[in-house]
Design a binder for this molecule. Structure first.
Ligand code: MN
Length: 273
């Protein structure tokens, strides 16, 4: 595997861990990245809590969200969110789907999320809200069918994020760094809007202010400075990638050893999770 794909897998794992460390992801939610040279492929972890994801967990998918190589790993049920957005948005190179506490009150109440501070301008002028019920009636609210993912992608349109009624949000970025910036500051913006509402009238940014702030926020000086900051915070929290960095050296051997032991004891195949 080329070093650039190793880097993508490392960045995908880091992106998951950073957003978990910043309170955007918990046991659920997932970060993906598009393949750097084949736009018809993307990378996403096997089904695992984001803060535990390692580069070795990252699988390659086609845009119909089927794994490129046959696997017996458990997969995320909602991976069609990623595949269908990559189909609809050629500019998007990274996606996160989350249920962050910061945005949930807006997803529940239907109160409009508005850009209320300069960094929050990343949410754009108007944040679309998607309600699965509108097209699909009563569901368990998971997006598992390609048509559900495609419907969400239509609601997203050209926006940086879409809220999902009674569910969460999905955010997109042109780079993994931009995705982190948008995901984290859209949550901060939601917290500030909620808090400001407690104090009195919410006064959103003016359209011209959103425009100009967005230009500054998208500059590499902002996105790389924050990526470094959030990466160091992750390290300090002890939640960084395993020491080997790219591959869980030793861990795989330990896993195999555990699987062999389990297999002997239970007389079942050491089933991968
Ligand atoms: Mn979900």
């Amino acid at each position: 595997m080329s070093s650039s794909l190793d880097q993508i897998k490392t960045d995908t794992a880091l992106g998951n861990r950073i957003l978990a460390n910043e309170g955007v992801l918990d046991a659920f939610g997932h970060v993906s990245m598009r393949h750097p040279t084949n736009p018809n492929r993307y990378f996403l972890s096997r089904s695992r809590a984001p803060e535990l994801v390692e580069p070795g967990d990252i699988l390659e998918y086609d845009l119909d969200s089927n794994p490129v190589k046959k696997t017996d790993q458990r997969l995320y049920a909602e991976r069609v969110i990623h595949g269908e957005i990559y189909k609809a948005r050629p500019d998007v190179m990274a996606v996160v789907h989350h249920h962050a506490p910061a945005v949930m009150p807006f997803c529940i109440s239907g109160v409009e999320l508005q850009p209320v501070m300069h960094l929050g301008a990343v949410i754009g002028h108007k944040v679309p809200m998607w309600d699965q019920y509108d097209e699909f009636g009563d569901t368990n609210l998971l997006l598992v069918k390609p048509e559900e993912g495609a419907s969400l992608a239509r609601a997203l349109g050209q926006a940086p994020l879409v809220l999902m009624k009674g569910h969460g949000a999905t955010v997109v970025g042109g780079t993994i760094q931009e995705l982190m910036f948008r995901a984290i500051y859209s949550c901060r913006n939601a917290e500030y809007q909620f808090a400001a509402q407690m104090l009195g009238k919410v006064v959103p940014l003016r359209p011209g202010e959103v425009e100009k702030s967005s230009q500054i926020n998208a500059m590499p000086t902002a996105t790389f400075r924050t990526w470094e900051y959030w990466s160091v915070r992750l390290e300090k929290s002890g939640g960084g990638l395993p020491r080997s960095g790219k591959k869980p050296v030793g861990t795989r051997a330990q896993r195999a050893s555990v699987a062999r032991t389990t297999s002997k004891k239970t007389k079942t195949k050491g089933r991968k999770r």
